[in-house]
Ligand binder design. Structure first.
Ligand code: GLY
Length: 386
């Protein structure tokens, strides 16, 4: 028998969500993550880094640490001029080398040592300014420094804006796998400024858009339809479409995290495409694919699986696969075999208590979670996706 939980859009609270204001083409949207412990704003607005960030930093911050990558700082550091002026010698810029291989405990220790040497204490504040690796590491450094200090996340890649920087998951990698040491440490604010994405490589934009598409499939027929209809405008970052896609995606992430901060149940729907996506990332040694690309492949395979297990109508499966394709091809997977990915999933099964869960769409905007899916159905779906 399959274990299954039906997850529907109606099942969660909406009262923590502030309504988006769309004035002409400018999207100015503030949402909130609201859990039993915290409530914090997540703003999506062009120019927000320049105009809004300073007022979000507690004025009594004795030291302010901006954790960033050198390349990000060179491109976008000037946007934080108001912050650097306001904090003067209370501010330190800490460069994190970046890259999945440097997302390790040793780097967090090095950051904490620098924070202490610079006079950091319990009244210090961290800003994570960069992509998902930086926001994960900065968030974790803030979570453990002096047993926890506030962090504001300012993500500068699309993937970090619509996923990694929202929701309080922080952490680093072990040799044995990604994000295996970490903590839930909710930020005090997230500032999402689509303006910074203008310098992002197209491949990174596509990778982020696959995650946006994921949010449409799991929770928003409206977002999915817009992405299905306007791929060229969205890929070209036309604000009227692109910023709305980001905002709707962020709204969904805030809504899900507010309802299930610690991933007891509902939050697992955010893992659509991740079961096989993670296996593919590990199989390609975290170097061939961007995370969003691996998720795109995983979504394709999970969609095939959903059709195979009759949770999803074949024509809806075709819509999902065509929408993924409309955002571009992922790099060639020549040499990757279904057998190798199956072996990864079987080894995952051992590390996650005997069950691998699949988030399967049942229609656009709704999913079901299943475990104990027969291996031959998984293998056939991977083959179809390959
Ligand atoms: N990236 C999935 C989550 O935040 O739960």
């Amino acid at each position: 028998m399959f274990f299954s939980v039906i997850l529907r859009r109606e099942s969660i609270r909406l009262d923590s969500i502030l309504i988006a204001e769309c004035h002409n083409e400018k999207v100015s949207t503030h949402y909130f993550v609201e859990t039993s412990q915290v409530r914090y704003p997540v703003m999506v607005e062009r120019g927000a880094i320049e105009q809004k960030l300073t007022e979000l930093i507690p004025a009594k911050a004795h030291r302010l640490f901006i954790i960033t990558e050198e390349s990000v700082w060179k491109l976008h550091g000037h946007r934080l001029a108001a912050v650097t002026n306001a904090f003067g010698d209370r501010l330190r810029i800490l460069h994190f080398p970046g890259g999945e291989s440097r997302k390790r405990l040793a780097e967090v220790e090095a950051l904490a040592d620098q924070m202490l040497a610079a006079g950091g204490d319990r009244s210090s504040v961290v800003i994570g300014f960069g992509g998902g690796i930086v926001t994960d590491v900065a968030g974790f450094a803030a979570a453990v420094f002096m047993r926890g200090i506030p962090v504001i996340q300012v993500p500068t890649t699309l993937l970090a804006q619509v996923d990694a920087a929202v929701g309080g998951k922080t952490g680093v990698n072990l040799v044995g796998g990604k994000n295996l040491v970490g903590s839930f440490h909710q930020p005090i604010a997230v500032v999402i400024d689509p303006e910074v994405l203008g310098t992002l490589a197209m491949r990174e934009v596509r990778a982020g858009l696959y995650e946006v598409l994921k949010h449409g499939v799991i929770r928003s027929p409206e977002l999915f339809a817009m992405m299905e209809e306007h791929p060229l405008k969205i890929l070209a970052q036309e604000a009227a479409y692109f910023d709305k896609a980001i905002a709707e995606s962020v709204r969904i992430k805030c809504e899900v995290v507010s309802a299930d901060e610690k991933e007891g149940d509902l939050r697992r729907i955010l893992n659509f495409g991740h079961t096989i996506g993670h296996a593919l990332e590990a199989e390609t040694r975290y170097s061939l694919l961007l995370h969003g690309e691996a998720v795109a492949f995983g979504m394709r395979a999970a969609t095939h699986l959903a059709v195979r297990l009759s949770t999803l109508a074949p024509e809806t499966g075709t819509r999902i696969n065509e929408a993924i394709e409309a955002y571009g091809e992922i790099p060639s997977l020549a040499g990757v075999t279904a057998e190798a990915l199956m072996a990864r999933l079987i080894s995952d099964k051992k590390t996650v208590g005997g069950h691998v869960h699949f988030v399967l769409p049942t229609e656009i905007g709704a999913t079901v979670i299943r475990s104990n899916v027969p291996d031959d159905a998984i293998r056939a779906s991977i083959e179809a996706a390959l």
